[in-house]
Design a protein around this ligand. Structure first.
Ligand code: HEC
Length: 156
């Protein structure tokens, strides 16, 4: 089972969510042993969690970084906001503006808000949405996760 776990880091998307899933996934096959060996299970979970810590520096995968650089950096260079002061992607502003969670950011990036264009395939009306290519739900999800992670690392 440990071997199965150690092949998982291919998943390294450096997200806590993935790590949690990873830990769960790794723990799951052992569940049947739980009755007679709780310690063993606890160890497996601990090892999985530790592996996550090592496998997940605070930097997102390259694809998401590239996507951010392509789609968002024009207005949000360095996690700032060149269009609207007070609406940067830094933790203080995100919290104050009620968009500190992945879900809230997803919603905002999908539908847009004021001068921020929406990127979702179902964004309407058109005038509120990006004139460029729309992004898939999955890409918006990953970008939202990326924003939260980068904000936690103060965009360093
Ligand atoms: C054309 C400029 C522009 C682009 C491109 C852009 N944004 Fe924004 N963004 C804004 C503006 C303006 C706001 C402030 C909106 C408001 O008034 O509430 C904002 C707000 C945000 C916020 C909320 C910040 C806060 O503190 O309230 C997030 C998160 C965000 N953008 C993420 C993104 C992501 C991710 C992308 C790329 C997919 C992106 N933005 C692309 C202009 C842009």
């Amino acid at each position: 089972m440990l071997q199965a776990c150690s092949t998982q880091p291919a998943y390294r998307r450096s997200s806590v969510v993935v790590c949690t899933r990873f830990a769960k996934r790794c723990a799951a096959p052992g569940a049947s042993y739980a009755d007679n060996n709780q310690t063993f299970i606890a160890n497996v979970v601990a090892i999985a969690a530790a592996a996550c810590l090592f496998a997940s520096p605070s930097h997102a995968d390259e694809e998401t970084t590239l996507s951010f650089n392509k789609n968002c950096i024009g207005c949000h260079v360095g996690g700032g906001n060149v269009v609207q002061a007070g609406a940067t992607l830094r933790e203080g502003d995100l919290k104050r503006n009620g968009v500190a969670s992945v879900e809230a950011i997803y919603d905002l990036v999908y539908n847009g808000r004021q001068k921020m264009p929406g990127y979702g395939t179902g964004c309407t009306p058109k005038g509120k949405c990006t004139f460029g290519p729309r992004l898939s739900d999955e890409e918006i999800q990953r970008l939202s996760q990326y924003v939260v992670e980068q904000a936690a690392a103060d965009w360093k």
